[in-house]
Write a protein that binds this ligand. Structure first.
Ligand code: NAP
Length: 339
């Protein structure tokens, strides 16, 4: 099989395609033919050696994939008949042998059915982005229909999934992006309003959107938007956290999903509004939280409420270009590799 192997941490070019031996399946394991592998910002932090938990070298990057089951160990899935040979699946795989490869060996619990309406490329955008969005909105912020959510950084993988999920759950959704293409994608995903976070003073535009009657009826707690934003899903906290606290309603919640540095922050804003700031890391999920998150994401995929947006598809050999693009900003949705 072919796989990207990283022999040393460093620049994107350390990722090279190599021919590697297929490993035999262990008891209960499943082999998946990878048809598409998803690229995430975290893949670049790990490849660069700048992440807290680094794999032993050499390793194959990638947490996300979609493909077909091509081999099932005789002791398959604890006798439950799952997964079946030939089944289309989306994959969420952790560990040293990642998904940037033509095949991956998985535990059955790392596989989930890929609905027929989704392509393999779309399926490769489910695990990290959609599970992060679902867990931030429902697992952490405990969002309720009728609340307003600001998705700060809504045009990327996490953001577009969050827009779709929040809209389907009955929230008022404002998303931000930094390009015209990104703003269009945010609206197409179902946002009530899209605002450009690269325009100075864009907070005023966010406040203005709160005066509009998005829901066609009054908010349960009074005037639409009179109190501000109930929830912020924050994808760049070091830039935006102070701004989030200025925009948020009393007793609002901010979920920090993405952060790339430090900031000077006045906690008075949180104190005065009795706001809650929560951190969220997908990799911290307990088994029970995983079960809840996967069930929520799968239900949204099955119902057609959630469909990852694929912005670019590149061959596996161009993984280094994919890493440059995901960190450059301005891309829309997921970047996907095909082996
Ligand atoms: P992505 O696809 O690269 O999207 C990044 C998003 O951030 C884009 O919408 C981008 O918009 C936006 N952005 C750029 N500048 C911004 C600004 N000043 N204010 C607000 N947004 C801004 O990345 P992703 O996969 O969606 O992930 C988003 C972040 O969450 C990354 O930092 C990632 O590492 C992190 N993450 C964390 C977890 C976790 O478990 N905590 C899981 C997944 C991802 P434009 O490019 O249009 O400006």
């Amino acid at each position: 099989m072919r796989a990207i192997r990283v022999q040393q941490f460093g620049a994107p070019e350390v990722m090279r395609v190599e021919d590697v031996e297929s490993v035999p399946l262990g008891p209960g394991q499943v082999r998946v033919l990878v048809r598409a592998a998803g690229v995430n910002p975290v893949d670049t932090y790990i490849r660069g050696g700048q992440y807290g938990a680094l794999p032993e070298l050499p390793y194959t990057p990638g947490f996300d994939a979609a493909g077909e089951v091509v081999e099932v160990s005789p002791l398959d899935a604890k006798g439950m008949g799952w997964p079946r040979l030939g089944q289309r699946v989306w994959v969420g795989k952790r560990g040293r042998e990642g998904t940037y490869a033509s095949e991956v060996v998985c535990q059955p619990e790392q596989l989930h059915p890929l609905p027929d309406r989704l392509s393999f490329e779309e399926g490769a955008g489910v695990y990290v982005a959609c599970c992060t969005a679902w867990r931030a909105i429902f697992g952490k912020a405990m969002a309720k229909p009728g609340e307003t959510i600001l998705i700060h950084g809504a045009s990327g993988g996490v953001g577009l999934a969050a827009v779709q999920l929040a809209r389907a759950a009955g929230l008022g959704v404002i998303g931000t992006a930094g390009t015209k293409e990104g703003l269009d994608a945010v609206m197409a995903a179902g946002a009530h309003a899209a605002v450009n976070h690269r325009v100075s003073g864009y907070e005023a535009e966010i406040r203005e959107t709160l005066t509009r009657a998005w829901f066609g009826h009054a908010r349960p707690r009074g005037e639409i938007g009179s109190a501000g934003i109930d929830i912020v899903l924050e994808n760049l906290a070091n830039v935006n956290l102070q701004r989030d606290l200025d925009l948020i309603a009393p007793r609002g919640r901010v979920v920090v999903v993405g952060n790339r540095g430090a900031l000077e922050f006045n906690p008075r804003a949180a104190m005065g509004k009795e706001a809650t700031i929560m951190g969220m890391s997908l990799m911290n999920m307990t088994a029970a939280e995983e079960a809840t998150t996967y069930a929520g994401v799968q239900a949204a995929l099955d119902a057609g409420a959630l469909k990852p947006v694929v912005g670019a598809v590149l061959p596996l050999a161009e993984a280094s270009e994919a890493h440059r693009r995901v960190m450059a900003g301005g891309h829309v949705g997921k970047i996907v590799l095909t082996p």
